[in-house]
Ligand binder design. Structure first.
Ligand code: IPE
Ligand code: IPE
Ligand code: MG
Length: 254
């Protein structure tokens, strides 16, 4: 179980252990080329492949990608169905490659909203890759950070109904095991492509102390060079977790 970084100061290295990415800008990438938005999503799948390879080679252990937010159902029906088709296609075509690369796949989010075929493919892909541990690739699909906190709260209260009458016993460590990604450490580095500087309801609980990196680059153009640039930026950050800079320095030299 991951311990909240607001409780304990995690050990951090030059390469982020956990990278979380909001893959944004597919539509604008396509628009700039006079292509339909859906062409941007199709192209974006190649960037996913590249990100998995680059992270694996760099020694990242967890890569979490925001593929479809709980708010993305608001998009036009044909765009939503194309996104679902791409998801199905990727699960059908890419699992063998993930196996070769030692990648374990996880999908987090409210999967009950997906059609049964997609739910089955997700379960099969997770099961096939369950013994891999080179890199944990998590796809957040129909995911929302607020949904995650609520589902964790419901599960916690179902398991420990006595908390309702003893609310003071409820603390961060009670809730953490019920969050979607309880098996992973919290993200060290958040990347958002496409120029917007917002979290859009991604891992809002888990990213309390994550370093935030924003780039104008659209997701379909985001390749190895751009990802390594983000890692380089991360390397220069001083992560204090509430302490002073002097404390961080003295720990580093002791
Ligand atoms: C991100 O790209 C992909 C998903 C949300 C599925 P967008 O589709 O949001 O691209 P822009 O922001 O419109 O350019
Ligand atoms: C965030 O991108 C969600 C994903 C990348 C899946 P959006 O493009 O949906 O975010 P907003 O609406 O601009 O905040
Ligand atoms: Mg967008």
């Amino acid at each position: 179980m991951a311990i909240s970084s607001t409780r304990e100061v995690p050990v951090t290295g030059a390469i982020p252990t956990h990278v979380a990415i909001v893959m944004d800008g597919n539509g604008r990438w396509a628009h700039a080329r006079l292509l339909p938005r859906t062409a941007g999503h199709a192209k974006g799948v190649q960037s996913v492949r590249r990100a998995v390879e680059t992270c694996g080679a760099a020694g990242v252990k967890y890569l979490t990608l925001f593929a479809f937010s709980s708010e993305n159902w608001r998009r036009p029906a044909d765009e939503v169905s194309l996104l679902m088709r791409l998801f199905v296609q990727a699960l059908e075509r890419e699992v063998a490659r993930l196996q070769d690369q030692g990648v374990r796949l996880h999908v987090v989010g409210d999967l009950s909203a997906f059609e049964p075929k997609l739910q089955d493919l997700i379960a099969q892909a997770e099961q096939k890759t369950q013994h891999n541990d080179q890199l944990h690739l998590t796809i957040a699909a129909n995911y929302g950070g607020r949904w995650d906190i609520l589902q964790a709260t419901r599960a916690l209260l179902a398991a420990r109904p006595e908390l309702v009458t003893n609310p003071n016993e409820l603390d961060e460590t009670c809730l953490a095991p019920y969050l979607s990604m309880a098996w992973a450490p919290e993200p060290d580095l958040f990347i958002r492509t496409g120029g917007e500087q917002r979290m859009s309801n991604f891992l809002i609980w888990q990213m309390a102390y994550t370093e935030l990196y924003f780039t104008e680059c659209y997701w379909p153009d985001f390749g190895e060079t751009e990802l390594l640039e983000a890692f380089e930026w991360y390397r220069t950050r001083e992560r204090r977790f509430g302490r002073t800079s002097a404390q961080v320095h003295s720990l580093a030299t002791s």
